[in-house]
Ligand binder design. Structure first.
Ligand code: SF4
Length: 339
């Protein structure tokens, strides 16, 4: 397990300020709390897991699901940015119909892995073979995209933002105390239809299950994107109002693994309010944190959840107080315990 303590990083377009996941109120005024869709999602899943991963910097080893997800994301980004010729696809549609469009979309799937490094503007072919059934995921995705193409205006088919980096600064009122927060992240896809309506869309490589909790967590992820875009002041898409959100699950639906699961709906104000409640709870816990590695203000999962949640799913339980922090190195223990 790697450990990399978070450090304050400059906030793009807000030159003098820095943000960090490990923020606490004793830091200097130029440092503020950083929150991403993933960090907020982690806080919603388990507050203590959030504290261990984001505040202390314990990194879960990369597993096959993460690698597959990155590879499918990079390949799709490459197709949209670099290889899809919309005019050619429109000609095929008009002259030969759906089967020709589908064959064309399938032909765009890169034959080997595509990778995008942190500093690369575009993903690039690597020549490395796929290992984790990525082509099957990409085929289901391309089939859905070919169907979408059949009913889209060609001009509105490609995203206007592809892995779009967004930054926003908001000020939250936590029981009378103002807390500045840097919201940051990459939006998988931002689309705009011919009437000017924006749509944010997320790509997942897992399987969709019809569970209320699954729906709520996906909708809250989208609510984070919608709020962040609205509050951003950056050129291009800062301040836009999004009308729709949606998501793909390329492993399909639990009752139909042959096809991608794709869901689109109007944004929901009550979900955005719920997401804001979670964001305030996260900021409130940080207000009580002293920067001493003592994360007692970040709750562990309730007693009784060990067998169905912690034991089967938590890769960092050896760092959790529930399990006596038996893997926690001395220097990461709460200061009063470690001294
Ligand atoms: S062991 Fe359970 S309570 Fe502890 S961090 Fe993991 S999920 Fe959370």
């Amino acid at each position: 397990m790697k450990i990399k303590a978070p450090v304050p990083r400059p906030i793009p377009i807000h030159g003098e300020d820095f943000s960090t996941y490990a923020w606490h109120p004793n830091m200097s005024h130029d440092k503020i709390l950083r929150v991403s869709k993933s960090s907020l999602g982690q806080f919603q899943t388990c507050e203590q897991q959030y504290f261990i991963k984001y505040v202390l910097g314990v990194k879960e080893p990369e597993n096959d699901n993460m690698i597959r997800g990155t590879n499918v994301h990079d390949a799709y980004e490459f197709i949209m940015d670099r290889s899809l010729d919309v005019e050619h696809a429109a000609k095929l549609r008009d002259e030969q119909g759906y089967d020709a469009v589908k064959a064309y979309f399938f032909s765009l799937i890169p034959p080997a892995q595509i990778k995008k490094g942190w500093t690369d503007e575009y993903a690039k072919p690597t020549g490395e073979d796929y290992r984790l059934e990525e082509p099957a995921h990409l085929q289901r995705l391309m089939e859905a995209e070919a169907r979408r193409f059949m009913t889209s205006a060609p001009d509105a088919f490609k995203p206007v933002g592809n892995e779009l980096g967004v930054d926003a600064i908001v000020e939250l009122d936590i029981n009378g105390t103002k807390v500045k927060v840097h919201l940051n992240g990459f939006i998988d896809r931002l689309f705009m239809d011919n009437e000017g309506n924006y749509h944010v869309h997320e790509l997942k490589t897992g399987m969709w299950k019809d569970k209320k909790t699954k729906y709520e967590s996906m909708a809250k992820e989208m609510a984070f994107y919608v709020y962040m875009l609205k509050k951003s002041t950056q050129p291009d898409f800062g301040g836009v109002s999004v009308s729709y959100w949606g998501w793909d699950h390329t492993k399909g639906h639990e009752n139909n693994p042959e096809e991608i699961y794709r869901h689109v709906e109007h944004i929901k104000a009550d979900v955005i309010m719920d997401m804001l409640t979670d964001l305030k709870a996260l900021a409130s816990a940080h207000l009580r944190y002293k920067g001493d590695n003592d994360g007692k203000m970040f709750a562990t999962k309730p007693s009784g959840s060990e067998r169905f949640f912690c034991e089967p799913w938590c890769a960092i339980k050896g760092f959790c107080p529930k399990y006596e922090r038996h893997m926690m190195p001395h220097e990461l223990r709460p200061k009063r315990e470690g001294n």
